[in-house]
Design a protein around this ligand. Structure first.
Ligand code: FE2
Length: 367
C-alpha cells in the first residue's frame, strides 16, 4: 500500500470507517494523516518519532513518580508484630514489611531508586546468612541486643545505630535478647535492578563465624587513626556507626551554634579512609533540630527517606504537611521543596541516593 493510501486508510480508521463530517481535505489534513501512517509503519520496525515525546523525555525540571508520605511507627510496629505470628524469620529468610510509596504500589520501593522495609527479629530467632550485590543499611528503631554479623564482625544494635552491609558482604541477623527488635532496612535494589546487575547467594551455614569483637571496625577506622596499610575503598570499612557516638556530636554542634538554616545541626556519615560517602550508591546524615526550629525551604534532586530518631515536628513538602514523631519514617520526593519544623528538640536521620547522583554528575540542590 502506498503512503498516500495508508494515509487515507488511517483517516478512515480515525472515524471508525464511517464517513466523517464534510471537511476541506486541505494539505494540513493530508500531512497529519500521512504522519500518523508513518508512525504506524515505523512502530512495526521498533522505531518512534522523538519529536512527539521530546518534552516528556527531556523535561525542563525533574519529574518525580514518587509521592510524599509518612509511615507512623505505631501502625507499622503493630503490623510487623502481627507478621511475627504468621511467619518465622528463618522461614521468610527476611521478615520484612516493605514500605511502598503510595504512588509506586507493587514496585517494592519507597523512592524511585531505594527500597525501604521494616524488619523484625523475635527473641531467639535468626535470619540466615546470605549476600547480594545490593548494598543495605539498617537504622535501628526498637529493641536492644539483636545483632547483625557482617564481614566477620558481630555488631550488637541499639536504637539509632546505623549499620552498613556493603555490596556482596555476607550478613546474618540474630536476636539473643528477650524483646523483638525492629529496624529500617534501606537498599539500593531498584538502582541495581535498573542496571540489571543483581546477584544473590545463600550461605550453607546459617550463621557466620565471627573473628572480630563488636565495635572493632568503629574503633579501628572511626577514631581519627587508621590501621597501617589502609587503602581507599569506595565504601566505608565501619560496620556500625553507633548512636551513642554520633548523637553527642550533633548535640555539641547545636550547642556551638553550628546550625544550618535548612537542615539543623547536621553531620554526614563518612568513609574515614576517603571522606566520601559510606556507600557509592547511598549517603546518610544525622541532624539535631533545636526546639522551635523553623527550617528554610530546600530542595534537591535526591529523593530522601527520613527517620525521626527523637522528638516531634512536621515537614512541609510541596504544601503537604507530614507530621512525625519517634521512629516515624517519611519520604521527600526529588526536587520537591520542603522545610522542617520542630515542636520539640528532635533528631532526624536521612538517607538518599545522592552519592550515586553526584558520581554521575546529575545531582543539584536549590531553594
Ligand atoms: Fe540481605
Amino acid at each position: 500500500m502506498s503512503a498516500r493510501n495508508l494515509a487515507v486508510a488511517a483517516a478512515k480508521k480515525a472515524t471508525n470507517g464511517k464517513p466523517g463530517p464534510k471537511q476541506d481535505p486541505g494539505p494540513k489534513h493530508n500531512i497529519e494523516a500521512m504522519r500518523e501512517a508513518f508512525y504506524e509503519r515505523i512502530a512495526k520496525k521498533d522505531m518512534a518519532p522523538l519529536w512527539k515525546v521530546m518534552k516528556s523525555v527531556v523535561t525542563k525540571e525533574p519529574v518525580t513518580r514518587c509521592a510524599p508520605v509518612v509511615w507512623h511507627f505505631d501502625d507499622v510496629k503493630s503490623l510487623v508484630l502481627e507478621a511475627g505470628g504468621l511467619i518465622s524469620a528463618e522461614e521468610a529468610e527476611r521478615r520484612v514489611l516493605i514500605l511502598e510509596n503510595p504512588a509506586l504500589h507493587g514496585e517494592s520501593r519507597a523512592t524511585n531508586t531505594l527500597f525501604a522495609g521494616i524488619q523484625m527479629i523475635m527473641p531467639g530467632e535468626i535470619a540466615p546468612a546470605h549476600r547480594h550485590v545490593s548494598s543495605a543499611i539498617r537504622f535501628v528503631l526498637d529493641g536492644e541486643g539483636a545483632y547483625t554479623a557482617v564481614e566477620g564482625e558481630k555488631a550488637f544494635m541499639s536504637p539509632g545505630d546505623f549499620v552498613i552491609t556493603a555490596n556482596w558482604a555476607p550478613h546474618d541477623h540474630g536476636n539473643p535478647s528477650d524483646t523483638p527488635m525492629l529496624w529500617l532496612d534501606v537498599l539500593d535494589v531498584p538502582m541495581v535492578n535498573f542496571y540489571e546487575t543483581s546477584f544473590a547467594k545463600h550461605s550453607d551455614d546459617p550463621t557466620q563465624k565471627t573473628s572480630r569483637q563488636d565495635g572493632d571496625s568503629l574503633s579501628f577506622y572511626g577514631s581519627g587513626v587508621l590501621p597501617d596499610g589502609t587503602t581507599a575503598m569506595n565504601r566505608t570499612p565501619i560496620i556500625n556507626y553507633t548512636y551513642a557516638r554520633t548523637r553527642p556530636i550533633v548535640e555539641r554542634m547545636m550547642k556551638a551554634g553550628e546550625i544550618d538554616k535548612r537542615h539543623g545541626a547536621r553531620v554526614r556519615y563518612a568513609n574515614p579512609a576517603t571522606g566520601g560517602p559510606v556507600l557509592p550508591t547511598m549517603g546518610a546524615n544525622l541532624a539535631m533540630l533545636p526546639k522551635g526550629f523553623r527550617g528554610e525551604p530546600y530542595r534537591s534532586t535526591d529523593s530522601t527517606i527520613f527517620v525521626c530518631a527523637e522528638g516531634e515536628g512536621t515537614t512541609t513538602v510541596d504544601g503537604k504537611v507530614l507530621d512525625w514523631g519517634p521512629q516515624d519514617v517519611f519520604v521527600v520526593p526529588s526536587w520537591k521543596r520542603y522545610s522542617h519544623n520542630a515542636a520539640k528538640e528532635s533528631v532526624l536521620f536521612s538517607i538518599s541516593d545522592r552519592p550515586a547522583q553526584e558520581a554521575l554528575g546529575v545531582w543539584r540542590e536549590g531553594r
